[in-house]
Design a protein around this ligand. Structure first.
Ligand code: NAD
Length: 257
């Protein structure tokens, strides 16, 4: 039975990935912020989906020692980490000259450095088993930029470099490291950006959806969280064992332009 850790899985894409793995019968350690009762309801709901156990760990992805404890908990409870999904992420939309320094630091910590800490802690356990799958939820913004998202784009480009470097280091150990690059997915993270982007660009919220977000997504549709989760399941499968150090875009054609 696979042991899966998904950071930032109390909401959005991470929750969909945790759901897909729980349904597949894996043991899943979920993580993220939120109301404790709501998180317990999520955990209990996931726990009933398959034959594996689902546990919750409250590690804050800005705190390396808590991240270390997240990985150790998976190792103790599930005898290892077979699949590590680095998904936790936040956003802030503002012109670079007004971009708050604390927001920059927080985005780099959560969207980039937390993956260094999880990967660093998980790899010895993956090597012990001769199997591992590292799946980094990057973004189309790991490949191309948009204005007013300096920290996010920098962090997501960084995670692409981290993915490739790790892939080269662990290729002979039965471990792979890859990124998923979604386009716009309508999750709480995106919904929160709509008013900020409207303010930054001086346009309406409806125009943000149609003229900014979906402007570059040729399908003119948001990606569904389940589509991203399906790619994560595939990357964790034996069929994907030779896919290493690369990314799969789920962006309706955005980055083909
Ligand atoms: P979301 O806001 O719905 O979920 C983010 C999750 O991360 C939540 O569970 C939240 O509690 C958790 N989180 C935030 N800060 C944390 C911290 N310090 N420690 C632990 N957990 C923390 O967002 P989402 O849209 O599902 O985004 C998930 C990932 O997908 C992010 O990395 C994001 O950059 C990426 N992504 C999203 C989109 C999109 O359009 N929604 C597109 C491309 C990539």
């Amino acid at each position: 039975m696979k042991s899966v850790v998904v950071t930032g899985s109390t909401s959005g894409i991470g929750l969909a990935i945790a759901t897909a793995f729980a349904e597949s019968g894996a043991n899943v350690l979920i993580n993220g912020f939120g109301d404790r009762d709501e998180i317990e309801a999520i955990r209990a709901g996931l726990d009933g989906l398959g034959s594996g156990r689902v546990l919750y760990h409250p590690a804050d992805m800005t705190k390396p020692e808590e991240i270390g404890d997240l990985i150790e908990t998976a190792v103790e409870e599930f005898d290892g980490v077979d699949v590590l999904v680095n998904n936790a992420g936040i956003q802030h939309v503002e012109k670079i000259e007004d971009f708050p320094v604390d927001k920059w630091d927080r985005i780099i910590a959560i969207n980039l450095s937390s993956s260094f800490h999880t990967i660093r802690a998980a790899i010895p356990h993956m090597k012990r088993k001769g199997f591992g799958r590292i799946i980094n939820v990057a973004s189309a913004h790991g490949l191309v930029a948009s204005p007013f998202k300096s920290a996010y784009v920098a962090a997501k480009h960084g995670i692409m470099g981290l993915t490739k470097t790790v892939a080269l280091e662990i290729a002979e150990n039965g471990i792979t490291a890859n990124a998923i690059c979604p386009g716009y997915v309508l999750t709480p993270l995106v919904e929160k950006q709509i008013p900020d982007t409207a303010r930054a660009r001086g346009i309406s919220e409806a125009e943000v959806k149609s003229d900014v977000m979906l402007k570059f997504q040729p399908t003119k549709e948001f990606v569904a969280v389940e589509e991203v989760a399906a790619i994560a399941l595939f990357l964790a499968s034996d069929a994907a064992k030779s896919i290493n150090g690369t990314h799969i875009s789920v962006d309706g054609g955005w980055t083909a332009q």
